[in-house]
Design a protein around this ligand. Structure first.
Ligand SMILES: [Fe+2]
Length: 283
């Protein structure tokens, strides 16, 4: 098409349209990452088959949440909504794999303790601390968990029973902070019985799998990259969250699940890394 004998599609107009298109896409992407995706909590269901699970625990339902990161964005109302969803999933056990707060625990742990106290699971609510919990004040976080009725597994374990059958739920303190004591933990756990490990940092799985004691490790920490733009940019992944950043893995005889978490750090943006609640049915 021509106007006054000149093509409308001259190089300058093509550049202008390309710049405009890029700006619109960029703005749309930003609005999506800021306003939409962080609120789109994904509920992922997994049926996990294990050869050595006692028949008494077949159908056991474990709900995992991670990386709440209570802050100016992850408000009490948002946490309350998440807790309602978790309870509606009818869990036998709730596992929380660390990073309750980001850099400051004092202004958030009191209300978070009250909300965590509303979680309902037949066998209880178990948790481990993450690196941010230590950076924010582990004592304050631990007090909040205790007040909220959440049992912290600090290089320790708890045994669940169904008749003669047992299932051990174990937890390791933050590997990032240098507080993980896997040898001590494995020594404490009885030799027999199915064992699940909670560990904030997923890349700890190589060490956990090497012990041969755990059938499943549940982790968080990586936020699935949080902002993950395929091809154009590598996802941002923290130390000890780079090798196993999201989803299900098999490491020797152990399964690992890396949960994308619920909150955010640095920028309050999520792209292609929706927040999630994971529901595992053991078979
Ligand atoms: Fe973390």
């Amino acid at each position: 098409m021509t106007t006054n004998g000149k093509s409308r599609w001259n190089p300058r107009s093509i550049t202008t349209y390309a710049a405009l298109g890029t700006a619109i896409l960029g703005l749309g992407g930003y609005i999506y990452a800021r306003q939409i995706e962080p609120n789109r909590v994904d509920i992922n269901h997994y049926s996990l088959k294990f050869a050595n699970l006692a028949p008494e625990f077949k159908g056991y339902r474990l709900v995992q949440i991670s990386d709440i990161h209570a802050d100016g964005w992850m408000t009490r109302n948002r946490v309350a909504d998440i807790i309602k969803i978790v309870n509606s999933l009818n869990p036998d056990l709730i596992a929380i794999t660390g990073d309750f707060v980001t850099y400051e625990s004092t202004s958030h742990m009191d209300w978070l303790a009250v909300e965590l106290g509303k979680l309902k699971a037949q066998d209880g609510v178990f948790a481990v601390l993450g690196n941010h919990d230590h950076w924010s004040g582990a004592d304050q976080v631990r007090k909040g968990l205790k007040d909220g009725g959440v049992i912290e597994l600090q290089n320790s374990y708890h045994t669940l029973t169904r008749g003669e059958a047992v299932l051990h739920i174990a937890g390791i303190d933050s590997h990032y902070i240098g507080m993980a004591r896997i040898d001590t933990l494995v020594e404490k756990i009885p030799d027999k019985g199915f064992a699940i490990l909670l560990a904030h940092e997923p890349d700890f799985a190589d060490l956990a799998a090497a012990t041969g004691r755990f059938e499943l490790q549940l982790s968080g920490h990586s936020h699935g990259g949080q902002i993950h733009i395929p091809i154009l940019a590598k996802p941002f992944l923290p130390y000890y969250g780079k090798k196993y950043p999201r989803g299900m893995y098999q490491i020797n005889g152990m399964k690992l699940y890396t949960n994308r978490g619920l909150g955010m750090i640095h920028l309050p943006l999520r792209f292609n890394a929706r927040p999630e609640i994971a529901v595992f049915t053991l078979e």
